[in-house]
Design a protein. Sequence first.
Length: 234
Amino acid sequence: MPGVLSLWLLSLCTSKEKVTRPGGRNPNPKASSTISQVIKAASLLLLSISTPHAQAFDLSDLSAQLAKPTVVRGPFIQEKHLRALPTPLTSQGQFTLSRDHGLLWLLQKPLKQDYRIADSGIARRTAEGWQQQPGQDVAAQQSRLFLAVLKGDRSGLERDFDLQLTGEQDAWQLQLTPHSMLLKQIFSAIRIDGGALVERIELIETQGDRTVLKMPQSQAGDALTAQERADLVP
């Protein structure tokens, strides 16, 4: 296609030379102007065809982008919107995500409670140390989902959800629609927004309640602190 356009462009240039002869004068200025405009348009078209288009941002790109940092940490605000209450229940805290060891979830307000979420399950810090928790309720499902999303675990998400990605590398939205029977009973849809990192997660439950998790100040890091390692690595 570019070769054909090049030949067409060359023929137009030759035609222009014929119009501007003889004697270097143009007997038809209007025709010459029209041909010049056509040549410019053809040149732009040839350039656009010759220049490769940027590849669209897809699920593989997003998964690689989210899985790249060794550590991600920052504050979070979680809002629980219940149908029976006029205002959401709000909690705040700090989190640390380790690519290799899981998620440390430190709830600070309205009460203090620490959780450790890994592929092996969920543990809660007690006076006796970390205690493994049962993992079949809604909170457990949400916790595992948070871990999969923050880590960019595409294969894990695709086991239970249909994924639809829109946007670009620095501003994207991922919609998750459950297809497993268990999660269909809990969630109707999940929406995730982010840029370099995940910034917002909204879980819409089938009975009408919603959970919104905001993490707009997350930062990527290279290594765990000594305390984070002690908490995350049994």
